[in-house]
Ligand binder design. Structure first.
Ligand code: MIC
Ligand code: SF4
Length: 755
C-alpha cells in the first residue's frame, strides 16, 4: 500500500475541533498555514496563540521522506537511536546517486553497479525499520511524493530542501536535516519556530508562454534568495485556482530558493483532479468533506493585509516568461531585448549549448507535454536543434505514460537524451566534461531550481539560467539566450523564416496514468531479523562515533576561514562527485568548505594555518588544528548555508574540530543542523564586526558557561599584534537546543534518554 488513507482520515477527523480551538485562541480568522500548523501540534489542541517568528513549537508531522544522498546519514543516526521501527510513515527514495551520461538504460545499470553498496544498505535499513523503499530509477523524491503521499492539509518533513514541493497538493511540507527526521522517526516531537506568513495573491490567468515557473521566478526576483526566511508563503486568488496541481508544485518547490520554510496552496479542483488521476479518489473524497478547513477562512483572502505579515500581488495576465540566472536563482531577466542588453553588459555567453528539462521542480506530465509541443513544432517546421537537449522524467509513472503517449518519442526525434528518472544534472550528476575545472565558458538553460556556480557540471564557467520547460525547449532549438519566442523568427533547414506557436499541453494524461513497475518495495511487517552490515573498510559507508561535547570553555580557537560573499551548502559540502561519500563522514569531510572564498586572498581552498604559517586546503588545515588539540572557527557573510538541507555541511566541520560558525545571518535549515550537531551557530550582534576578523585571529569565548536563551555571548578576538576586540554575538538557542550543545549533539541526548 502506497499511502495510508486511515492516517489521512485521522488528520481530517480532528480538524474541526483543533481549528475551532485555534481560531478561538488566535482571536481571528485563520490562514490555511495556521490551520495546518495548529492541527499538527504535538500536545493536541492549542491552549494559546503562538507568536510568529518567535515561539518554538513542537509539531507532530504525518510523514517523512528521505532521499539517498541524505538518507544515509539520517539512517546511520537513526540506527543509533535504539528503536526497532520508525514511529511515523517514512519512505526512502534513490534518486541523487545516478549519473546522467548516455541515457537511462546504461546510466541506471552503471549506478546500480557503482553504488550497489549504498543502495543495498538503504534497502536493508528500510526493510528493517519499516520504511518504504523506492528503488533507483523509480523517480525523483518530490515527484514521487506528490504522486503517492502528499495530501491536502497534511504536514510532512523530508531530508531535502525541496520537500516543500508537496505544498502543490496543499500540504505544509518542510525540508529538514537528517537529525530532525531522526527525532520524528524515533517518536519524538519536531520543533520549529512558528513561521511568519507571506501571502501571495495571484490575479489574472496564465496564458501563452507564461508558465507556473515564471510565477516563482518573479517571486524570487521580488523576495530574493533570503526574503522568505522563516516564513510560509501561502498562495491564493483566482490565478492560483486556475493553475494545475503540478504547476502549484513547481511554485512551492522553488520556495526553497527564497529561503521560505515552505509554501502552500488552498485545496481546489485542480487538487481533486490530480488526486483522482493518481489513483487516490478516496483521498479526494475525504478532502472534499472537510474542504472549508483546507483553505483559509474567507475573511483572510478578502483582506490579506490583516492576516499576513507581508502581501505580494502578481497579475498573471501581465507576467511574461523569465530567465533567472546566472549563478543565483533570484536574478531575473525578461526574454528578448532585456536579455540581449544584460548579456552584453555582463559578458554572458549568448550561445546556449544545452537545454535540460527535468528535476523535481519541472518534470511532471504537464511539463513534458508542454515542452514536447515545442519540440514537435521544431520537427514540423524543419528547425534543427542548435543546442543539445536532455530530459529527466520525474517518475517512472510519468516516464511510462509519456512514452506511451508519444511524448518521449518527439524528444527522441530531435536527438534528445532521455536520462534516468532521477536528479541527474540538477545535482551535478552529469558526465558532461572529463575535466570540468578547465572547461570553457558557456551558457546552459534548464528547468531546474538551482543554478549556483559549478552545480550542474562542475564547470565554474558554465552560466546556468533557470526557465520553464517550454521556454527551455524553445531556447534549446534556437541556441540563443536572448531568443524571444513571442517575437523572434528562426530560419529553418529550407532557409524559410518560421515562428513558434504558443505551447500547448495536457494538465493530466488524457488516457490516464499507467506504469508497469513503479519501483516501490514495501518493508517487512516485522524487520527485526533483517541484518544491516557496514564493512569496516568501506569507503562509502562509516558507522558514526558520537561527537564529544565542546564544553563550557572555548579558548585559543583559531580562524579556519573567513568566507567571503555567497557561501551555500554547495560551497560548504559540494555535491556532484562528492555525493559518493555521503555515508562516510571522514571521507566526505575532505571537501569541507573547499568552495568557500577566503576573504583574505579571494581564493578557494587556500587558507593560512596559523600554527605553521603555511597556506593549504581548508580540510587539511582543519585536520592540523584538530590534531594539535586546537578548536577552530568559521566566519561567514549573509544567508550562510543557503540551499540544501544536507547536514553534512554541519557534521563535517564538527568532525574536523570546528567549534563555532559565526556569520551575519543563516539559512534556517543550516542553522538548525549546526545546533543538532552540538556546535555553536552564532550571528554578529553588530554586522560590521565581520570586518574586525583578521587572518591570524585567536578567539576566546568569555561567558559560554552562562549560555542561556535570549542572552548574548561575548567573544574576545585576539589579533596577531596582541590587540583585542571584544564583541557580542546573538544566538537563537532555546533550552532544549542548549541541552543538545551540552550533550555534544541532539542524537547523544536521544540515546541518553532511551538508555
Ligand atoms: C539539492 O538540491 O541541493 C539537494 C541535493 O537535493 C539537497 C539535498 C542534498 O544535499 O542531498 C537539498 O536540496 O536539500
Ligand atoms: Fe534532486 Fe535537484 Fe530536486 Fe535536489 S533540486 S531533489 S537534486 S532534482
Amino acid at each position: 500500500m502506497a499511502f495510508d488513507i486511515e492516517m489521512i482520515r485521522g488528520v481530517y477527523t480532528k480538524m474541526s475541533d483543533t481549528i475551532n480551538k485555534a481560531r478561538e485562541v488566535v482571536g481571528k480568522p485563520l490562514t490555511l498555514s495556521e490551520k495546518i500548523l495548529y492541527n499538527h501540534l504535538w500536545d493536541g489542541a492549542a491552549t494559546r496563540a503562538f507568536q510568529r517568528g518567535k515561539d518554538y513549537v513542537d509539531f507532530a508531522p504525518d510523514r517523512i521522506a528521505c532521499q539517498d544522498a541524505t538518507a544515509q546519514m539520517a539512517l546511520l543516526q537513526f540506527m543509533q537511536a535504539g528503536k526497532s521501527k520508525v514511529a511515523v510513515p517514512t519512505t526512502v527514495h534513490c534518486d541523487h546517486l545516478i549519473q546522467a551520461k548516455e541515457g537511462a538504460a546504461k546510466d541506471l545499470k552503471h549506478a546500480n553497479s557503482v553504488s550497489s553498496e549504498v543502495f543495498n544498505f538503504l534497502e536493508s535499513v528500510s526493510n528493517k525499520y519499516g520504511i518504504g523503499f523506492w528503488k533507483p530509477g523509480a523517480g525523483i523524491i518530490h515527484q514521487v511524493v506528490l504522486e503517492n503521499y502528499a495530501f491536502p492539509g497534511g504536514m510532512m518533513i523530508g531530508t531535502d530542501s525541496h520537500t516543500v514541493n508537496a505544498g502543490g497538493l496543499g500540504m505544509v511540507a518542510i525540508g529538514v536535516g537528517g537529525a530532525d527526521a531522526v527525532d520524528v522517526m524515533a517518536g519524538m516531537a519536531w520543533e520549529l519556530k512558528f513561521p511568519k506568513l507571506i501571502g501571495v495573491k495571484l490575479t489574472g490567468k496564465l496564458s501563452g508562454w507564461t508558465a507556473p515557473k515564471d510565477v516563482i521566478l518573479k517571486v524570487a526576483e521580488i523576495l530574493t534568495v533570503k526574503g522568505g526566511t522563516g516564513a510560509i508563503v501561502e498562495y491564493f486568488g483566482p490565478g492560483a485556482i486556475a493553475m494545475s496541481c503540478t504547476g502549484k508544485g513547481t511554485i512551492c518547490n522553488m520556495g526553497a530558493e527564497i529561503g521560505a520554510t515552505t509554501s502552500t496552496f488552498g485545496y481546489d479542483d485542480s487538487m481533486d483532479r490530480y488526486l483522482r488521476a493518481t489513483d487516490r479518489a478516496d483521498v479526494a473524497d475525504a478532502a472534499n468533506k472537510v474542504k472549508a478547513h483546507l483553505t483559509a477562512d474567507p475573511e483572510v483572502y478578502a483582506n490579506p493585509e490583516d492576516y499576513f505579515d507581508q502581501v505580494i500581488e502578481i497579475n498573471l495576465s501581465e507576467l511574461g516568461p523569465l530567465l533567472n540566472g546566472p549563478f543565483t536563482p533570484d536574478l531575473s531577466t525578461e526574454v528578448g531585448a532585456d536579455m540581449t542588453k544584460k548579456a552584453n553588459e555582463n559578458d554572458w555567453p549568448i550561445k546556449v549549448e544545452w537545454g535540460l528539462i527535468g528535476s523535481c521542480t519541472n518534470s511532471s506530465y504537464e511539463d513534458l507535454s508542454r515542452a514536447s509541443s515545442i519540440a514537435q513544432q521544431a520537427l514540423d517546421k524543419g528547425l534543427k536543434m542548435k543546442a543539445e537537449l536532455g530530459i529527466n522524467p520525474g517518475s517512472e509513472q510519468v516516464r511510462y505514460t509519456a512514452e506511451r503517449d508519444g511524448i518521449l518519442g518527439i524528444f527522441e526525434n530531435l536527438d534528445a537524451k532521455i536520462f534516468t528518472n532521477a536528479c541527474g544534472p540538477c545535482i551535478g550528476q552529469w558526465a558532461r566534461y572529463s575535466d570540468p575545472k578547465n572547461a570553457p565558458k558557456n551558457s546552459i538553460v534548464h528547468s531546474f531550481n538551482r543554478n549556483f556556480a559549478k552545480r550542474a557540471d562542475g564547470n565554474p564557467n558554465t552560466h546556468a539560467f533557470v526557465a520553464s520547460p517550454e521556454l527551455t525547449a524553445a531556447i534549446a532549438v534556437a541556441g540563443r539566450l536572448d531568443f524571444n519566442p513571442l517575437k523572434d523568427k528562426l530560419i529553418n533547414e529550407d532557409g524559410q523564416e518560421v515562428m513558434f506557436d504558443e505551447p500547448t499541453g495536457w494538465e493530466l494524461p488524457p488516457k490516464g496514468f499507467a506504469v508497469d513497475d513503479n519501483g516501490y518495495l514495501a518493508p517487512e511487517a516485522d524487520g527485526r531479523h533483517v541484518k544491516v552490515s557496514v564493512k569496516e573498510d568501506s569507503e562509502r559507508l562509516q558507522l558514526l562515533t558520537p561527537f564529544q561535547p565542546l564544553g563550557s570553555t572555548i579558548t585559543g580557537a583559531k580562524l579556519l576561514i573567513k568566507a567571503f560573499g555567497k557561501c551555500t551548502t554547495d560551497h560548504i559540502s559540494m555535491a556532484g562527485p562528492w555525493l559518493r561519500f555521503r555515508g562516510h563522514l571522514d571521507n566526505i569531510a575532505n571537501n569541507t568548505l573547499i568552495g568557500a572564498v577566503n576573504a583574505f586572498n579571494q581564493k578557494t581552498n587556500f587558507v593560512k594555518n596559523q600554527l605553521t604559517g603555511d597556506y593549504g586546503g581548508v580540510p587539511d588545515t582543519a585536520r592540523a588544528y584538530k590534531a594539535a588539540g586546537v578548536k577552530s572557527i568559521v566566519v561567514g557573510d549573509h544567508n550562510y548555508g543557503e540551499g540544501s538541507s544536507r547536514e553534512h555541511a554541519a557534521m563535517q566541520p564538527r568532525h574536523l574540530g570546528v567549534a563555532a560558525v559565526i556569520v551575519k545571518s543563516f539559512a534556517r535549515i543550516h542553522e538548525t543542523n549546526l545546533k543538532k550537531q552540538g556546535m555553536l551557530g552564532l550571528t554578529f550582534a553588530n554586522e560590521s564586526d565581520y570586518d574586525l576578523i583578521q587572518e591570524d585571529d585567536t578567539f576566546n569565548f568569555l561567558d559560554l558557561n552562562e549560555f542561556a536563551p535570549d542572552k548574548q555571548l561575548t567573544l574576545e578576538i585576539v589579533h596577531s599584534d596582541a590587540s583585542k576586540d571584544v564583541i557580542k554575538l546573538n544566538h537563537t538557542y532555546n533550552d532544549a537546543q542548549i541541552a543538545w550543545y551540552k550533550e555534544g549533539s541532539a542524537l547523544n541526548l536521544i540515546k541518553k534518554q532511551n538508555a
